[in-house]
Design a binder for this molecule. Structure first.
Ligand code: ADP
Ligand code: MG
Length: 240
């Protein structure tokens, strides 16, 4: 579903990604971890074309992200992305937050978009909050709305960038539970997270990045059982 091939990226003279290569199969859950500044956010933003890269290519469902001919807004509409900060529209109700892109980007009719939004809101356990505004919800609830909003676009894959790291501890599990459920339903997911409990539960593979490079790309049991690189071992010993 996602194939990252020899991707390198520079910010001016600074090489932020160095020859990154990996694949995410349909239905696979891949967790990306590594120290702060190692390039995790940059790599997943490259996957849906939010950041350009200078060499290599990324193929998403057969579409080349690096090709100048690719319609990036269309690609982005098919790959859901959930960020650390929920980025809901503060002046729109939850219902309207869920409906807006469906109407504007996919051309769905308003009642169809609202119906779909409500069904997804129910799936993340928030149907009672449809008429509220984002500011009236907790951080964990807002993040679940953000996930529902991404799902409303019928994505072929979901990208998560530290979706729980801005949340108070008691709200982390309610968001992870939604992600676990998605994983069990067979969603293709690439998740930047340091929640190793989540990784152990649902990840097929774990990628460890350091200084812009993919240092380790292993199936979950190998990664947790015996990370090959010293850098991954040190990292794990600090966070586990
Ligand atoms: P991570 O998500 O692993 O913490 P990032 O992908 O956000 O890492 O950043 C990787 C590196 O790129 C960091 O050193 C960061 O300072 C740098 N960086 C990120 N965005 C920019 C930018 N717009 N311009 C210059 N450097 C950047
Ligand atoms: Mg980051």
């Amino acid at each position: 579903m996602i194939s990252i091939k020899n991707v390198s990226k520079w910010y001016g003279d600074f090489k932020v990604l160095t020859d990154c290569t990996t694949e995410v199969q349909k239905g696979e859950v891949v967790v990306v971890c590594g120290p702060s500044g190692s390039g995790k956010s940059t790599l997943i933003k490259c996957v849906n074309g939010l950041e350009p890269f200078q060499s290599g290519d990324i193929i998403v469902d057969g579409i080349s992200v690096g090709s100048p001919k690719t319609d990036l807004p269309k690609l982005r509409s098919r790959v859901g992305m959930v960020f650390q900060h929920f980025e809901l529209f503060p002046h729109l109700s939850i219902t309207d937050n869920l409906a807006l892109a469906q109407i504007k980007v996919l051309g769905r009719k308003e009642d169809e978009a609202k119906k779909k939004g409500l069904a997804l809101l129910d799936r993340v356990g928030l149907s009672a909050h449809a008429a509220k505004f984002p500011g009236q919800l907790s951080g964990g609830q807002q993040q679940r709305v953000a996930i529902a909003r991404a799902l409303a676009m019928d994505p072929i894959a979901m990208l998560f960038d530290e979706p729980t790291s801005a949340l108070d501890p008691e709200m982390i599990n309610e968001v992870l539970d939604v992600m676990v459920q998605l994983a069990h339903e067979g969603m293709t997911m690439m998740c930047v997270t340091h929640e190793m409990g989540f990784a152990r539960k649902v990840a097929n593979r774990v990628i460890f990045m350091d200084q812009g490079a993919i240092v380790e790309d292993a199936n979950k049991d190998d990664f947790f059982g015996s990370p090959r690189s010293e850098r991954a071992q040190t990292f794990l010993s600090k966070i586990l």
